[in-house]
Design a protein around this ligand. Structure first.
Ligand code: CP
Length: 317
């Protein structure tokens, strides 16, 4: 069964059936990744361009490795070393890359909405690798996969998202996906980092600044970095944040049940998450998330690339 969605621009663009299909397919690719030969010929006729207009470690390497495991041909573009610096527009950059016969584009961009906009302009499949404040769908999918691996089901699972929700595309994709899959989600952190309309948009209870309550309530706590690069402030004090809102060992030990700890990375150790919590044996799922990212991204690209639908979903212009 193919994906109904022609692109992956956000969790909002996926049906629940599409989400389930991606997660089920990722289980099969995770099996492939345990074999001595971790490679399949699934996308050997597919050329994929990774367009990163914003910094990345995990997402870019994970997509690149997933493409190699699927036998796709790939090119990677980093804006900092490109002709974007000479004034070339985004559309001209992408048109030039597509002229090299590219079938699929993985794009990260600092502006919200760029992957969706691009999907209406070009013939290639588009995958959002993180757009501004809006969505990071493959992160939410790999988070869901990791929770499913640990708990067996998302239905009724209590997930607390803690920290800078306002500037987090990871939070928004997770709120949409987890709620859709039947999890119970609550958000915690400073009021200043809570976007207006959060409760109405995602059906969550009123956000709470009491992170100790998150640890006491949740089966899983997703910790978020404070995204200073998206703010215009000189007044953030990391030590103050840690003392008021940090997920620390002392707070964790005081919690009656011991939730698992997740973080999309990069971590600012000692700020939102103490080092001993980031590395807590048996409870920190942070490196499981990274491992699962490869299988999940293989599933997404396989399902989009093998639709035989690499013809134009929309006209070029
Ligand atoms: N989780 C995540 O998006 O990490 P990178 O910014 O390193 O890709």
């Amino acid at each position: 069964m193919p994906l109904a969605a022609p692109h992956l621009t956000g969790i909002r663009g996926l049906s629940t059936e599409d989400i389930e299909l991606i997660l089920e397919t990722a289980v099969e690719f995770k099996d492939v990744l345990q074999r001595p030969v971790k490679k399949v010929p699934a996308l050997r006729d597919c050329t994929i361009a990774n367009l990163f207009f914003e910094n990345s470690t995990r997402t870019r390497l994970s997509f690149e490795l997933a493409q190699k495991r699927l036998s796709a041909d790939t090119i990677t573009f980093a804006a900092a070393q490109s002709s974007v610096k000479k004034g070339e527009t985004l559309l001209d950059t992408v048109r030039n890359i597509l002229a090299m016969k590219v079938d699929m584009v993985v794009i990260r961009h600092e502006h919200s909405g760029v992957p969706h906009w691009l999907s209406g302009k070009i013939k290639a499949r588009v995958i959002n690798a993180g757009d501004g404040l809006q969505e990071h769908p493959t992160q939410a999918l790999l988070d869901a996969f990791t929770l499913l691996e640990r708990f067996g089901s998302l239905r009724g699972l209590r997930v607390a998202i803690v920290g800078d929700i306002a500037h987090s595309r990871v939070a928004k994709s997770n709120l949409e996906l987890l709620r859709r899959m039947g999890a119970e989600v609550r958000v915690y952190g400073p009021t200043v980092f809570m976007p207006s309309g959060l409760q109405e948009a995602f059906g969550v209870p009123k956000p709470s600044p009491r992170v100790a309550d998150a640890l006491a309530w949740a089966d899983a706590v997703m910790v978020l970095r404070i995204q200073l690069e998206r703010m215009d402030t000189k007044y953030f004090e990391p030590h103050e944040y840690r003392s008021l809102y940090g997920i620390t060992r002392a707070r964790y030990e005081a919690a009656p049940q011991k939730p698992v700890i997740m973080h999309p990375g990069p971590i600012n150790r000692g700020v939102e998450l103490s080092s001993d919590m980031a590395d807590l044996e048996g409870k920190s799922l942070i490196l499981d998330q990274v491992e699962n990212g490869v299988a999940v991204r293989m599933a997404v690209m396989f399902l989009l690339g093998s639709k035989g639908a690499l013809q134009a979903p929309t006209p070029m212009y």
